[in-house]
Design a protein around this ligand. Structure first.
Ligand code: CP
Length: 317
């Protein structure tokens, strides 16, 4: 594996899940694989889970890790070619990326959407420059439009908790005070569309996700109807994706907050969220603290999803 941005990079999804569960039984089984290999994690944005779980996965595999917070302690980077660099940006990403590549064997990149225009974000400009210029395998640690390590961990969690062969999984938009990217719901849809689940998306009108990720999955604009018979509720906020409203907040309607009454309309569903979560905006205290909430094991599985990805990258070096 040379890049990881999509479910397709995993190939056979059942084989990837089998590998994940084997690794979970003995996460140090491949410790020799990463000996004398260095992972560089580059963060353009904040993180708790990705930072820690990726570092832990790399350590499980015997790798050395380096972390660069681009906005704290590094030179400010210019990302556009042709710019006259007479401002506060001291270094161009076109030099910085190959330099970073010269110090490591594998690179993980976190770089959120800029929300200036959809085309630029959906081209994954920063991530793709790392892929093209670093000379190293590169994986997304949440980039402008995808978060595949999260979605793979979500699928592992669903596999662990499901009580029927083909569970109903509902991705539900929920309100949030700030503009958030579509990366998590995009990758969740990307994975669910390939998994053995009945996948339904629910959101207010105007919050349609990009068709390349929805891929014909049913959209139900009535949240209560969507929740009927659900085995898993995956709540997430995202900003509008349509060209004319790209990156805008169209609604903060708290009638979409996941509460106990709504969960009672499901098939005793498990509650999932990628975290961090805004309590009593996305989900009530009662639901996230209930026995059906699996947000903590879901976050713990980030270590496992990342270890599978890093193992496959190391095997390809
Ligand atoms: N879910 C997730 O990616 O969390 P962080 O932003 O804390 O890494």
């Amino acid at each position: 594996m040379k890049t990881f941005t999509s479910v397709k990079d995993l190939g056979d999804l059942n084989a990837a899940l089998k590998e994940a569960f084997e690794i979970k039984k003995n996460r140090f089984a491949y410790k020799a694989l990463g000996e004398n290999k260095t992972l560089l994690m580059v963060f353009f944005n904040s993180s708790l889970r990705t930072r820690l779980s990726t570092q832990k996965a790399a350590m499980n595999l015997g790798m050395n890790t380096m972390v660069l917070d681009v906005n704290q302690g590094a030179w400010r980077l210019e990302t556009e070619r042709g710019v006259i660099m007479d401002g506060d940006k001291s270094e161009h990403i076109l030099e910085a990326i190959p330099v970073m590549g010269s110090y490591c064997d594998v690179i993980g990149v976190r770089s959120f959407a800029q929300f200036e225009n959809k085309q630029d974000d959906y081209k994954e400009k920063i991530l793709n420059q790392f892929i093209q210029l670093s000379g190293r395998p590169v994986f997304s640690m949440e980039s402008a439009i995808v978060h595949p390590l999260q979605a793979f961990a979500d699928l592992i969690t669903i596999e662990e908790y499901k009580t029927k062969a083909r569970p109903k999984v509902v991705l539900s938009w929920a309100p949030h005070p700030r503009v958030l990217p579509q990366a998590v719901p995009n990758s969740f849809a990307d994975f669910m569309n390939e998994a053995d689940v009945d996948f339904v998306i629910t959101h207010p009108e105007g919050y349609e996700l990009d068709p390349q990720f929805v891929r014909g999955a049913p959209i139900e604009y009535n949240q209560e109807k969507a929740f009927k018979g659900a085995d898993f509720i995956y709540a997430k906020n995202w900003s509008a994706c349509q060209d004319e409203h790209y990156g805008q907040i169209l609604s903060k309607d708290r009638s979409w907050t996941v509460d106990t009454e709504k969960m009672q309309g499901t098939n005793n569903a498990f509650f999932m969220h990628c975290l961090p979560v805004r309590r009593n905006m996305i989900v009530t205290d009662e639901v996230i603290e209930s026995p059906q909430s699996i947000v903590i094991p879901e976050a713990a599985n980030r270590e496992i999803s990342c270890e599978v990805v890093l193992k496959r990258i190391l095997e390809s070096l």
